[in-house]
Design a protein around this ligand. Structure first.
Ligand SMILES: Nc1ncnc2c1ncn2[C@@H]1O[C@H](COP(=O)(O)OP(=O)(O)OP(=O)(O)O)[C@@H](O)[C@H]1O
Length: 233
């Protein structure tokens, strides 16, 4: 089996004195989609933050392309090719669509190329190019966040709660795009409370409860562990 591109080995993490991850193992293989599932507070966002270099583990290893990368900053992680879209999308509301896209060019991509790709993928963004991001719908903002992240040409994309606040139709459209990106070779780790949105396109899935991965494997293999609660009705 191919080596994981991004991997957590026995990762513990804490906020102050309170440990919230208690030995998390995860393996994201190249060109695949791993869905990290589970209810609120289980530790998905903290796990994503550890993967993106935004939160340092207290124990265990974060590995990228076979090398330990504990202690890297988010900027260094981005330069290595690990790019995060945080919960809440992280677009700059008081900047225009184009200005938001240019924020991706810190890693070296040309502004014109980032714009061209974004507008080809989501034509609505071309129409809104000079509009303030904060004035757009949640779906359009998520398209912008995704386009900006892709502007850095990442090897790994970390997507936290893509579905949050979006209509089901928009969520399906977004995950269709994610599936195309994975088809094209991108490796994607998605944290989702609503498993139904992402399971159909996931290669592997992991269920997190109380800071631990309690089940992991092919979606079909862990489906029976996902109670209707975790499937999001
Ligand atoms: N900044 C913080 N300070 C202190 N505790 C935190 C902080 N962020 C999260 N926690 C706690 O860490 C635990 C894991 O939270 P985390 O956000 O990682 O879970 P989650 O599965 O992503 O849930 P959600 O979908 O609500 O973000 C929870 O008990 C939460 O209360």
């Amino acid at each position: 089996m191919t080596e994981p591109l991004l991997e957590l080995r026995g990762v513990h993490a804490a906020y102050g004195a309170i440990e919230v991850l208690h030995g998390v193992d995860l393996a994201l293989r190249p060109g695949s989609l791993l869905a990290l599932l589970g209810p609120n507070g289980g530790g998905k966002s903290t796990t994503m933050r550890v993967c993106g270099g935004l939160h340092a583990p207290t124990r265990g290893e974060l590995r990228f392309a076979g090398r330990k990368m504990n202690g890297v900053t988010a900027q260094r992680a981005a330069r290595l090719g690990v790019c995060s879209i945080p919960e809440g999308r992280g677009v700059f509301p008081n900047l225009t669509v184009r200005e938001n896209l240019w924020a991706a060019t810190g890693t070296g991509a040309r502004r014109e190329d980032v714009e061209e790709k974004a507008f080809a993928r989501f034509p609505i963004l071309a129409k809104r190019r000079d509009q303030l991001a904060g004035s757009m719908s949640g779906g359009e903002q998520q398209m912008l966040a995704l386009s900006r992240a892709l502007g850095t040409e990442p090897a790994v994309l970390l997507l936290d709660e893509l579905s949050m606040g979006l209509a089901p139709m928009i969520v399906s459209r977004m995950y269709e795009t994610v599936a195309e990106l994975v088809e094209g070779g991108l490796s994607v780790l998605v944290a989702e409370q609503f498993a139904r949105a992402v399971l159909p396109i996931a290669d592997t899935a992991a269920l997190m409860l109380h800071g631990r991965v309690v089940a992991a494997g092919a979606p079909a293999d862990i489906e029976d562990r996902l109670s209707s609660d975790y499937l999001g009705g």
